[in-house]
Design a protein around this ligand. Structure first.
Ligand code: ARG
Length: 459
């Protein structure tokens, strides 16, 4: 039976009921709804709506229900209750009879759903942080394993300067540090309880809402009841966090797809995360990575969808707000899944050291070193840049690398060049020189790996 039958003389059209009901997706809030209800039952004792004994009976029944939904969450969707709040109330009444009907005193589904969803978001944030850290650890371990794997670094997808595979891994590690901190910022803002805001104007019972908030694990209670029942900023923030996080994963995927292509052949992906073609027997496609890249679109779609849904809503609660959940659940599930998949891809990725190194040597990626060499010999940088540009053109014409030019050939571009130039043109020198914080020098990378490991250990 619906929670609101008294005012109605006709049953809802079945098609409307299906359209309106949210149980098929908000069943995921079952645990939070039960825990919020236990909190509310305690608050009702303080305003003499429930006796201590009645509260105890309610709490016991709610705890039984909690165990039951934990063991078998699927039982919920079999019901034709309108939403998770109705389902919990219905089950409670089945267990304790009329006493169950007292629980909703002074409460509305509007403050209830706002509370449930915030409690759910808090748990989800903790789980997401764990999944992010798991991937971060994979990145750091892979960095450690491939500290010596030199490969080209790119700008404009043109070979620019040599880097190492470790340096590349640690770049993604840093992005995930920010993803994590965005989640903790969001948590800090959402950590205020809307319970006791009633339908919109506040509850008519003198409940200590701050105490209730603390019981539920919130920092404190919200300040304004109109805002409390209409606020879904945390949904928008989490969707935004997820979109940015998925952007990072999408770039990670795109890089590896390029590195795995026949044109690059820098890495080889494991059979465990690739699939074949039904027609072309030779194919091994990077599907895991392509799906990560593809799914970033749908997560951003959930964010833009929610922004559009919320932008025109008058205060306070409107049924449009029920649309907050499916997109949020889907986006965060997708984020989790893609983080896991990205970890799996790194599990047994193989780096083709020689191919990477050969590519790093091509493309005149040591041209900047030659310019710096000229600067050290007193040539102004702008002039040095021009000279090296000419040297590159000359080397291309001879189909040679810069370090393959003879000393006389090099001298033809600038008389200050001596034979000590060859050592600075080596890959090792290119890497070693970049030893300022954040640079690619092996010493820096080792330092960054150590710091990353420590910070993962501490968290
Ligand atoms: N299923 C609803 C939602 O998710 C719960 C709140 C319903 N409140 C109401 N006044 N109809 O938003």
């Amino acid at each position: 039976m619906a929670l609101w039958g008294g005012r109605f003389s006709q049953a809802a059209d079945q098609r409307f009921k299906h359209f309106n009901d949210s149980l098929r997706f908000d069943y995921r809030l079952a645990e939070q709804d039960i825990i919020g209800s236990i909190g509310w039952s305690k608050a009702l004792v303080t305003v003499n709506i429930l006796t201590a004994d009645e509260q105890k009976r309610l709490e016991q029944a709610l705890n039984e229900l909690l165990t039951s939904v934990r063991n078998d969450p699927q039982q919920i969707i079999a019901s034709d209750a309108e939403d998770i709040h109705s389902w919990v109330e219905q089950k409670l009444i089945e267990k304790v009879g009329d006493l169950g009907k007292k629980l909703h005193t002074g409460r509305s589904r509007n403050d209830q759903v706002a509370t449930d969803l915030k409690l759910w978001c808090k748990e989800e944030i903790a789980l997401l942080i764990q999944t992010i850290e798991h991937f971060q650890l994979k990145l750091v371990n892979t960095a450690q394993q491939y500290q010596n794997a030199v490969m080209p670094g790119y700008t404009h997808l043109q070979r620019a300067q040599p880097v190492t595979f470790a340096h590349w891994c640690l770049a993604y590690y840093e992005m995930l540090v920010r993803d994590k901190s965005r989640l903790t910022d969001t948590l800090d803002r959402l950590n205020v309880s809307p319970l006791g805001s009633g339908a919109l104007a506040g509850t008519a019972y003198a409940i200590d809402r701050d105490l209730l908030a603390q019981y539920l694990g919130f920092k404190t209670a919200t300040n304004n009841s109109l805002d409390s029942v209409s606020d879904r900023d945390h949904v928008l923030e989490l969707l935004s966090n997820a979109s940015i996080g998925m952007n990072h994963l999408s770039r990670f995927a795109e890089d590896l797809i390029i590195y795995n292509s026949g044109e690059s052949n820098f890495v080889e992906l494991s059979d465990r995360v690739t699939s074949g073609s039904s027609l072309m027997p030779q194919k091994k496609n990077p599907d895991a990575l392509e799906l990560i890249r593809g799914k970033s679109g749908r997560v951003l779609g959930a964010l833009t969808g929610a922004m559009m849904t919320f932008k025109g809503l008058p205060l306070a609660y409107n049924k449009d707000m029920q649309e907050d959940k499916e997109g949020l659940f889907d986006a965060l599930d997708t984020w989790h899944e893609c983080l896991d998949m990205a970890s799996l891809v790194l599990d047994d990725i193989k780096i083709n050291y020689d191919v990477c190194l050969a590519a790093a040597k091509q493309g005149y990626s040591n041209a900047t070193e030659l310019a710096d060499y000229l600067v050290a010999k007193g040539v102004p940088f702008r002039e040095a840049h021009h000279i090296v540009g000419e040297a590159v053109v000359g080397a291309i014409a001879k189909q040679k690398a810069l370090e393959e030019l003879t000393i006389d050939e090099l001298k033809s571009f600038s008389s200050v060049i001596e034979s000590d130039v060859y050592s600075i043109l080596s890959i090792e020198s290119c890497l070693n020189k970049r030893c300022a914080k954040g640079g690619v020098s092996p010493l820096q990378i080792a330092e960054q790996i150590k710091k990353a490991k420590n910070s993962l250990k501490d968290s």
